[in-house]
Design a protein around this ligand. Structure first.
Ligand code: DC
Length: 225
């Protein structure tokens, strides 16, 4: 089967990353979590105590920042300037700052450039907010995953509980709403479905069902080529 690019976009906690990771493994593809790259930028900005709205400071930070995604049996690692920051980028503070920093055009330009380089060979499943619209408008298959915001808050809350992190579901819900608002209404590359994307509502789907549905669509699209 020809190795293609599969783009998966959608709001936070809509099931994108778990599905994309499993889908990539089942296809023998590389999984690229583009959100992790914006998270790594946010962490770099916090550590350098930057004013993210100061263009000179951001440009300087970007020129000194090396972000790599490493595939391993145990899962993907996010490497920032040689350090494994896979855990450090998952805090709520970083979630908020990643959403803010991702609205800055020079940050997006740099991340999009890196994302395109990572997919030069094809055989990639990439998830994010603008993968089907901006990063790979030519992607052979595009999905837009959505789920009811209360369902997404429940999932995120359970993830935090499973990690032993104390959380309040009302706060999780309100933070998700704020991030949806930011990601959807920003001027550059806002979260929106590509016109040729396939809409998948995961509100009532298990992970296995999601992966099976996506695989079926991919099979149909590839066979038609
Ligand atoms: O997918 P995530 O929650 O880890 O992403 C973190 C933030 O990065 C999210 O609030 C929006 C931003 N993002 C983006 O703007 N474009 C992408 N392709 C991926 C993520």
């Amino acid at each position: 089967m020809k190795k293609i690019i599969v783009a998966i976009d959608g709001p936070a906690a809509s099931g994108k990353s778990s599905t994309a990771r499993r889908l990539a493994r089942s296809l023998g593809y590389v999984y690229i979590d583009s959100g992790a790259m914006y998270r790594a930028c946010a962490l770099a900005a916090i550590r350098a105590q930057l004013d993210i709205y100061n263009t000179t400071e951001i440009l300087h930070m970007l020129s000194l920042t090396d972000i790599r995604l490493e595939q391993s049996e145990a899962g993907n690692k996010v490497i920032l300037n040689g350090e494994d920051v896979s855990e450090a980028i998952r805090s709520e503070e970083i979630s908020r700052l990643a959403s803010d920093i991702s609205a800055i055009p020079i940050v997006r330009d740099r991340m999009v450039e890196l994302q395109r380089q990572m997919a030069l060979e094809g055989g990639v499943v990439m998830d994010g907010r603008d993968i089907g619209t901006v990063v790979f408008p030519q992607a052979e298959v595009k999905f837009f995953m959505i789920a009811d915001v209360c369902e997404r808050a429940k999932r995120r809350f359970k993830e935090l509980q499973d990690k032993g992190i104390e959380a309040d579901i009302e706060i999780v819900l309100s933070e998700l709403r704020t991030r949806d608002e930011n990601d959807t209404n920003r001027k550059v590359a806002p979260l929106k479905p590509a016109p040729d994307s396939i809409l998948i509502d995961t509100s009532h789907l298990s992970l296995d069902e999601q992966v099976a549905i996506l695989r079926q669509h991919i099979k149909q699209r590839v066979e038609r080529q």
